[in-house]
Design a binder for this molecule. Structure first.
Ligand code: ATP
Length: 656
């Protein structure tokens, strides 16, 4: 890994400076406070000199008590005033630093919200969290204290140097002679620090990712099912050891350098005496007082100089962190609204969907520094069609959809069927632009979806996903997510229509029941119906239903089916059907195989044609039933449960 050298004109620095721009006024106040405090403090030695020379032991020998009182008052007032200034200055620096950090965090969060789905399927959640928390948190000191420390110490160092030059420029040169060497070493140490800082943050990100994966409900389930608790702990321990080593390395980098600088300061007085002796021998005028004052000043220079050096190193460490943060901010979202995009009007929307020669291939993961990207099977594996599906992501022209053209008329119920991994979910993801087509176009009411505003498209297309996502909160909040301003009556109506109201009311806390992280405290059927209630509340013109694969008991199944039927009423629906029993009434059924649209028609037409649909039908219900159903049109009532369970078993590994 090659690091950019931390030159003073590094663009990262100007970007950091830009972060502080909104706080110009406060920063000016801090600068004024620092300089005032420094000036006030430097007055004290003069007051002391006056106390001795003018008040206590004046030339006439009589102590001047009046003057003494004023001087003493001054000596008391200055520390009191500087202490008050220090409090105000601390408040301001802390406010500036923390606010700038909060701005950065919010910017990063807002930017990540704009990123396309592909970014999240390709990046470890823990890694994203780590950049938001650890990296942004890591630059806090640089934003809060650094500027003040630099200013404060620079003032002190400059004042001391000026005094030293006034006392003896020759001795000052002696003191400065090794400075270029120190600056050079400092730069080298800084570079190493940056490298280490970057690696430390990467390792921290790795640890956060492990924690996120292993300690989530699914992670714990997986570890328990496969008895992997030990190895998970070992994985964490290993990452932890690596992190410790890097932390120690980082802490130790520069220690030797600081020791050299300290030693230099300790031995310089001796060198000064030696040189002074030579100078006196050569006839230069140099008083004992000047010599003592010079060495005192030189010794007093040590602390602020060392602090300046340390702070420069801290800045360099932070630069590495800033680069990691900016790396995310600089990622351009792949799916954006084009200028002048059309806003679909809800009341005018008919809900026609057309796929026109759609070709699609999943985009390759963007490469980022560090180990943020996930491996081949995605983070949890749930995004990948099925374990048996072979799809080498490294191969370029691996089309997931091949030249798909289809039309769903306004208000129609369209179903997509096909074997697992055929591209059903992918097809539906293209409508709300979770991904953009690679070639061809998708049109809603005749408009290419890429010409529509993201907001109006999102408002037009609702979705009930295979595994409904519920966040940790109350059932009410989970339903109202679709429409935060919804009244209690609206929420209840949606819940009634989704056949979940009675179940909710049977919970002790009713609508205020906490769903638990990802809804783990609710049954599969309940979660599905809450998700349906949510979409009913949203009331989109176009609805995408990815039918859940989990088996439900007959009664729950009926409740879910009823809710779904209500949900599809009066809108265009594309349903991905795994249970073919549920789509017999669809207006049109599309058969998808290997990313190709192989057939379309109604249930009866497709059964008659003997293609993919009828094959799948036979697979699910057996040929006897197909005959019976095809000939006498009997509604399917039972028999599917066994078949569905089988298909669930096939999915169990992936879902975990
Ligand atoms: P299932 O019935 O099992 O849900 P599906 O027909 O919905 O399957 P898709 O999920 O659309 O199938 O997947 C189609 C193909 O695209 C599969 O080969 C899958 O491995 C691949 N795929 C899915 N998601 C991604 C992704 N995020 N990145 C890369 N490839 C993906």
């Amino acid at each position: 890994m090659t690091e950019k050298p931390a030159l003073p004109r590094d663009p990262v620095i100007s970007r950091v400076a830009r972060l502080l721009r909104p706080y110009r006024v406060q920063m000016t106040l801090v600068a004024v406070a620092v300089v005032t405090a420094a000036v006030l403090t430097s007055i004290v030695p003069f007051l002391v000199r006056a106390v001795f020379d003018k008040a206590l032991f004046p030339v006439d020998g009589r102590p001047d008590l009046g003057l003494l009182t004023w001087l003493v008052l001054g000596m008391i007032a200055i520390p009191v005033v500087t202490a008050i200034i220090a409090i105000g200055q601390n408040f301001l620096t802390s406010k500036i630093g923390n606010s700038a950090m909060a701005d950065l965090r919010s910017d990063l969060f807002a930017h990540l919200q704009k990123m396309e789905l592909a970014f999240f399927t390709a990046t470890k959640t823990g890694a994203i969290q780590s950049r938001l928390a650890n990296d942004v948190g890591g630059v806090r000191t640089v934003l809060t204290d650094t500027a003040t420390t630099i200013l404060q110490n620079s003032v002190t160092v400059t004042a001391a140097f000026v005094s030293m030059i006034i006392l003896s420029w020759q001795l000052t040169i002696l003191t400065l002679i090794v400075m270029p060497l120190f600056v050079w070493i400092q730069l080298q140490v800084g570079k190493r620090r940056q490298r280490l800082a970057r690696r430390t943050q990467e390792s921290l990100s790795e640890m956060t990712a492990i924690t996120e994966e292993a300690l989530s409900v699914s992670g714990i389930l997986l570890a328990k099912v496969f008895n992997r608790a030990e190895s998970e702990t070992e994985r964490y321990r290993e990452a932890n050891r690596n992190q410790t080593k890097l932390q120690v390395d980082q802490a130790m980098t520069g220690r030797a350098f600081f020791a050299i600088v300290q030693t230099f300061f300790a031995i310089t007085p001796a060198l000064i005496y030696l040189v002074a002796g030579r100078m006196l021998g050569a006839g230069t005028v140099l008083t004992a007082g000047t010599l003592v004052a010079f060495t005192t000043l030189q010794a007093r220079l040590q602390m602020p100089l060392l602090q300046l050096m340390r702070v420069t190193l801290d800045v360099q460490t932070s630069l590495a962190l800033f680069r990691r943060i900016f790396e995310y901010i600089d990622l351009e979202p792949a799916i954006v609204e084009r200028p002048g995009a059309i806003a679909l009007k809800r009341e005018e929307l008919r809900g026609e969907i057309e796929f026109r020669n759609v070709w699609f291939r999943y985009p390759e993961a963007r490469s980022l520094t560090g180990a943020d990207t996930v491996d081949r099977f995605g983070e949890t594996g749930v995004r990948i069609g099925a374990p048996e599906v072979q799809n080498d992501f490294g191969d370029a022209p691996n089309w997931t959809l091949h030249d798909v053209s289809l039309t769903v008329k306004p208000g129609q119920l369209a179903a997509i069927v096909g074997p697992t991994g055929a591209g059903k979910t992918t097809t539906t993801y293209l409508v709300p632009r979770f991904y953009d087509v690679t070639d061809g176009a998708i049109l809603v009411d005749g408009h290419d979806v890429r010409d529509l505003t993201m907001g109006s498209l999102a408002d037009s297309v609702g979705m009930v996903t295979q595994e409904p996502y519920l966040f940790h909160g109350t059932i009410r909040d989970n339903i109202a997510y679709a429409k935060p301003e919804a009244s209690a009556a609206e929420i209840e109506k949606a819940a009634r229509d989704a056949n979940i109201h009675d179940a909710i009311m049977s919970f002790a806390q009713g609508y205020e029941t906490i769903t638990g992280e990802r809804g783990y405290r609710l049954s599969g059927g309940e979660k599905q119906r809450i998700a349906i209630a949510r979409v009913l509340l949203m009331d989109p013109r176009i609805l995408i239903l990815d039918e859940a694969t989990s088996a439900l008991d007959t009664e729950t199944e009926r409740l879910v089916q009823e809710a779904l039927e209500r949900a599809t009423h009066n809108r265009t629906t594309i349903a991905i059907a795994h249970r073919l029993s549920t789509i017999q009434n669809a207006d049109v059924i599309f058969g998808l195989e290997d990313g190709r649209l192989v057939e379309q028609g109604t249930h009866t037409e497709l059964l008659a044609s003997g293609g993919l649909y009828s094959r799948l039908y036979v697979e699910q219900f057996g040929s006897g039933q197909i005959e019976a159903r095809f000939h006498d049109g009997v509604k399917f009532a039972d028999g599917q449960t066994r078949c569905d369970r089988n298909s669930d078993d096939r999915r169990a590994d992936v879902a975990l």
